[in-house]
Design a protein around this ligand. Sequence first.
Ligand SMILES: C[S@@+](CC[C@H](N)C(=O)[O-])C[C@H]1O[C@@H](n2cnc3c(N)ncnc32)[C@H](O)[C@@H]1O
Length: 317
Amino acid sequence: MDTADLYRRFAEREAHGHSARYEELAVRVAADEKLIALIEQLPEPKRQPNLLLAAVRHLDGPLRDPEEFTAWVVASWDRVRTTMLGRRTQTNEAGRCATLLPLLAALPQPLALIEVGASAGLCLYPDRYRYRYDDGAAFGPADSPVTLTCRTSGPVPLPERLPEVVWRAGIDLNPLDVRDADDMRWLESLVWPEQTDRADRLRNAVRIARAEPPHLVRGDLNETVRELVSQAPQGATPVVFHSAVLFYLPPEAREAFTETMRGLPARWISNEATSVLPSVASRLPRPAPQDRAVFALALDEQPLAFTGPHGQSLEWF
Ligand SMILES: C[S@@+](CC[C@H](N)C(=O)[O-])C[C@H]1O[C@@H](n2cnc3c(N)ncnc32)[C@H](O)[C@@H]1O
């Protein structure tokens, strides 16, 4: 796609209604031929609006005035370019645990969790967060600094207990380290400016993970998942799960992963954009809503719900 169009579409379809600031900035970038020419010198996957905007935030560039923003990016291009080439969009959203929890709690306990595409591993702590579904009472560890809220519809099997997690591990092409201040600043830069609740949740989830940093393996999920499942302790149910990951893989790699998962002695929870896994997409009981972005939550390829992409909603089938 034409790069100016990419930024215009981002403004209209992604930022609109969620971040007035990013909408304005992306429209301005699309109109700036000099900046578009610079962005086009980057490899295609590195031209994403989200990556540019996060890089500028990471470098403390000006975000208020669109003219000032584009002038600053052009003048600071070497630094912006280095950050965009060296970093990835790997937003880690602990809020997604609220949509995974009913499935995790219903499996035979205890669990050995293996997250593929884990980023910093913040979704590996579903037993350390508090939860509030709709107007119900919050439950979970009383001293947890994170309470995840989630709107529900349909017959959600709301959990009566938290899962018992005895082992947790993750895989990522580029694992982020919760103990590394610059990595965590990058994760914060990926949260959009108006989303202050998400930024607070992120900081508090990082505090939880820092108390017991996750075991994260660097590698491609297709090459590493088998080995990690084989390391899960005896007596625990191995659960491989992922959110917002397979979209980044070409279709052949998604197919290879599906085949691998079918042959592994593990349960498989996927929480991905609705068309990403063909076997899940073909079993959806109703078409995905067109007025909002949703993921399809599935257990062993059986779709069970549409979920809000940040874990904010759960629409059980
Ligand atoms: C958008 S983030 C989502 C992180 C986390 N699953 C969550 O829900 O918060 C996607 C992550 O998948 C990782 N990733 C993408 N392709 C991968 C692959 N082939 N193997 C392993 N990790 C991958 C990226 O590096 C990134 O950290």
